[in-house]
Every structure is written in C-alpha cells, then in structure tokens.
Design a protein around this ligand. Structure first.
Ligand code: SF4
Length: 255
C-alpha cells in the first residue's frame, strides 16, 4: 500500500492519536535504505519506478492547505507525522521542510505534536540530527541489538552497524522515542525471532544505555510483504515492557 499524496490522512494511529501524515517520498513506490520484511509499503523492488520526491515548496503548500481546511472544520490533528513511503530523512531538504512544518504547526495548531518515524540510519548527517532534535517526537527505530538480526528483519541496503546507530542515538541525551517491532516466524528458510531471551537481554542493555524518554514496542498489525511472519502475543510484549519499566524507562505497548 502506498500513500499517494504528500499530505495524507488523518489516520487514527495506535500510537499517535489522530495523525496527519507527511510523505516526503515518491508517491508510487517506496524509497528506503531498509527493506523491512514487515514494511506496510511492501518491498522496495515493487515500486513503480517512481523516483520523484516532492519539493520543499510543494510540501509547504500541501500542508498549509490541509491545516487551513482542518482549522475551518474545527478538527485539528493530535500529531503531524513524517512517515509515508520510506525513510523521510533521505529527502535532501528534510531539515528545511522540518522548519516549515514547525512554523505552520505553531501558526495553525500549536498543541499538535510533530513526529518523525525514522529508521535512524541517517544520523551520521549533522543536519539530520539537528532537524530531528527540533521536533517534538523523534521516533527512532532499532529492531535488534544484533546486526545479524537487523539484517534479517530490516534488510539494510547499505553498511549498517548497531554500534554506530546506538552511538548516534546517544547524542539525543535520551530526548527521543525508541521504537522496536517484535516479531517471529520464518523467512527465506531461516527462523526469525527478536523475542528470544538473548535478543531481549541485548536490546534491554541498549535501552539501559540510551535511556530514551519513551520506548514504543509493537508487533505486526497488517499484511506483511514476507509470508510466514507472526504477531507476538500481547502478554509477551507486556513481559518485554516490564523489563523496560524495571530500568525506570517509560514504555508503550501496541499489541
Ligand atoms: S524503515 Fe520503515 S519504510 Fe523503511 S522498509 Fe522499514 S518499515 Fe518500511
């Protein structure tokens, strides 16, 4: 499923409330430097060869029109969320677009929080870190503390190092939200499971190091591009969450 508009929704998000989405990626295909086996946009290769990104001016115009209409209808969103068909921080004008969105939020709907769902792979770029630090909720993905598991689940399309990503996340001094998808199943003849005791221990040790202001854990909710994946039952997610709470870190579970 692709988001075919620059501004989409609002959708009722399990985690963010009534959320107006912003898609900085192509409208007819996915563009991501991950290719997660659970991605609701499908595989990168399924895109219809659309490589066109919206310009900063187009994003500004689309969001302003929508916020004006929502304001007139008295139905402003709880959140404005950068998500869409891939990784938003890949857009070359991401920092400038963040500035525009924050200015429009302040002007039309100051109580709305601005969120970014990011796979945290672009944190080696100073301007991306600075932009993410300006918004209310930088939601940064880490699906496992083991590189091999990240390779299985997220299929990075480039060099990926858990250590580097964790070091980059430390620059936020805890002022971010860590997001992790828990799942299990079989993919390409191998078992995939980031809920084993070894996985959870390693992941909790990273949570203890990072001490994010919140952890969001969730599991599969929609059809996945890879067949053979299973939802993790809510009681198991709650058990993982209890480990986070023991560290004194706030956690939200979406089963
Ligand atoms: S990081 Fe997000 S957009 Fe990219 S493949 Fe994974 S789930 Fe999809």
């Amino acid at each position: 499923m692709y988001f075919s508009d620059i501004v989409f929704g609002p959708i009722n998000s399990r985690r963010l409330g009534v959320s107006l989405g912003i898609n900085l990626l192509p409208r007819q295909g996915k563009w991501c430097n991950f290719d997660c086996i659970y991605c609701e946009c499908g595989w990168n290769k399924e895109g219809r060869d659309d490589k066109v990104l919206p310009s900063r001016a187009q994003v500004k115009e689309a969001l302003e029109q929508r916020l004006q209409a929502m304001q007139a209808a008295g139905a402003l969103p709880d959140a404005i969320t950068f998500s869409g068909n891939g990784e938003p921080t890949l857009h070359p004008d991401f920092p400038g677009i963040v500035d525009d969105v924050l200015a429009m939020r302040d002007s039309y709907t100051p109580k709305t929080q601005v969120c970014v769902l990011s796979n945290a792979t672009m944190l080696d770029k100073e301007e991306v870190v600075q932009a993410l630090q300006k918004i209310d909720a930088p939601i940064l993905k880490l699906d496992s503390g083991f590189e091999e598991t990240v390779r299985q689940i997220d299929c990075p399309q480039h060099d990926y190092s858990v250590d580097k990503v964790v070091k980059a996340m430390q620059r936020f001094n805890g002022n971010f939200i860590l997001q992790t998808m828990f799942l299990r199943g079989d993919y390409q003849g191998s078992s995939v499971d980031n809920t084993t005791p070894a996985e959870v221990d390693k992941w909790l040790s990273i949570v203890a190091t990072l001490r994010p202001r919140e952890v969001m854990i969730y599991t599969i909710d929609r059809a996945t591009p890879a067949a053979g994946l299973q939802k993790v039952p809510l009681p198991e997610l709650e058990q993982i969450a209890a480990g986070v709470r023991e560290l004194g870190v706030q956690v939200r579970v979406s089963g």
